[in-house]
Design a protein around this ligand. Structure first.
Ligand SMILES: [Zn+2]
Length: 460
């Protein structure tokens, strides 16, 4: 339905009588302008929805997929790029149902020339069919991401780069879109993804799962987990569905599935009381044996690698706190990632106070005393340092120092009103500091300069 609408609208915009002055069609930019990742994302259009249909064979580790991208041109487009990387082979590519010319360029550019120019403002549909064995990314500074084959399936984790290892995408955090993922696997395996489950069907020893994320999602927060999982379905007191899963290969205590599900519910409930209404239509989490050695705040359903140090309440508080800070509110530029990690680390500190009796100010003092490297700049850590302690610890210290400065009442207003004011949007450090200044009617320029924009240990 949406596809045919978009198709006719696209054609009308180009061929209809409304074409006044002859448009000048130009190529969309090959990057979205992030200084840390200049090739990521693209210009000239805005994606509204991804429809990913993918079949996976664990025995060959190959996928066979068609991804349909619904987008709107933001300039008169002669040509545009999607990000798509690795050895996958494209068998068919169309724009608005007509075969389109394409080339692969550099590490991740899929350059598409539609059969006719796309007028600014017109919706269009790109459909790409492809197959092959996706390859994960192993970045020397940032670790593993993208499609990771596992013993019994695969897990896809896409921060900061990785989505393009298995679907064509405008891989920039400021082009959020809704998603449908329809994934077919050998019968007996389970598929989990972001959002809400649809019907599951089995034919010819193959089972198809469908998951939909109906709230805007950045591609770096999209996720898939395929394998043997024990799934627990619950709900929060208010009815929010809570779907958790634990890989069957993971040794656990009896009842671990229930504990994981209930702890997730408890933390989402508590964080909602501090940060305001939970932003998505379901929650949950996946404990998987991926081997990436991190947990990730994938939207609505974080993934916890079994090989992270401890999957305990702190870590859940961190990844679930990200649902407000990072997922619902997403920095435009990766330099501002402290807006995710500072708040998520602060969620751990609040959790420690609430559930383990360790005051936040105590954690702040210990962190301040224990920190040895004060050389970085929180609001511009550098491409290879976006996951450094600087971003996490000094980010959280900045928030506690702000709390001391503006008082509890104003500070907890910030924690609630900042996500409310920017729900499902993109944010920057500058927007945050201006927001706090407006809310408190104070000039905090010198405070924020010291904590966020200058290296060196701030005096208390
Ligand atoms: Zn985090």
């Amino acid at each position: 339905m949406i596809v045919s609408c978009a198709l006719s609208a696209g054609l009308v915009a180009v061929t209809g009588p409304a074409a006044e002055a002859a448009p000048r069609f130009t190529p969309g930019a090959p990057g979205a302008g992030d200084p840390y990742f200049p090739d990521m994302g693209n210009g000239g259009y805005d994606v509204g929805h991804y429809d990913i249909r993918l079949a996976y064979s664990p025995s060959t580790q190959a996928i066979d997929a068609t991804t349909t991208v619904l987008a709107t041109a933001t300039q008169d487009l002669s040509r545009f790029d999607l990000d798509f990387q690795g050895p996958l082979t494209i068998s068919k590519l169309s724009v608005n149902g007509l075969d389109a010319a394409f080339t692969r360029s550099g590490a991740q550019e899929l350059v598409i020339t539609p059969p006719y120019g796309l007028r600014k403002g017109s919706p269009f549909v790109v459909s790409v069919s492809y197959a092959g064995v996706p390859q994960k990314i192993d970045d020397p500074a940032l670790g593993l991401s993208g499609w990771v084959a596992t013993k019994d399936g695969a897990v896809a984790l896409n921060q900061p780069i990785g989505a393009a290892t298995y679907y064509p995408v405008n891989d920039t955090p400021d082009d959020k879109a809704t998603y449908t993922q329809t994934i077919t696997v050998p019968a007996g395996l389970t598929v989990l993804a972001n959002g809400e489950p649809g019907p599951t069907t089995t034919h010819d020893h193959r089972t198809t799962f469908r998951w939909s994320m109906n709230k805007p999602m950045a591609s770096e927060l999209s996720m898939l987990a395929i394998g043997s999982y024990d799934v627990t379905r619950g709900a929060l007191a208010g009815g929010l569905p809570n779907i958790t899963a634990i890989g069957k290969s993971i040794d656990g205590k009896p009842g671990q599935g229930q504990v994981f599900n209930q702890t997730t519910a408890q933390i989402v409930q508590w964080e909602s009381s501090v940060y305001g209404p939970y932003p998505f239509d379901s929650t949950g989490g996946i404990l998987a044996d991926v081997g990436v050695h991190y947990a990730l705040e994938t939207q609505s359903r974080p993934v916890y690698d079994q090989r992270t140090s401890d999957v305990d309440g702190d870590l859940l508080a961190h990844e679930l706190g990200h649902q407000w800070f990072g997922d619902s509110l997403t920095p435009v530029h990766w330099s501002d990632i402290w807006l995710n990690e500072g708040f998520a680390t602060y969620s751990e500190w609040l959790y420690q106070e609430k559930y383990n009796g360790i005051p936040v100010q105590q954690t702040f003092a210990d962190t301040y005393a224990g920190e040895t490297d004060w050389s970085g700049v929180v609001a511009d850590p550098g491409r290879d340092h976006i996951f450094d302690d600087l971003v996490y610890n000094r980010g959280a210290m900045t928030l506690q120092a702000l709390r001391t400065k503006i008082g509890d009442r104003a500070f907890f207003d910030v924690l609630r009103l900042w996500p409310a004011a920017n729900r499902y949007g993109n944010v920057s450090t500058r927007q945050f500091t201006q927001f706090v200044e407006r809310l408190t009617h104070r000039d905090l320029g010198s405070f924020f300069r010291t904590w966020l924009y200058q290296p060196g240990k701030p005096a208390l």
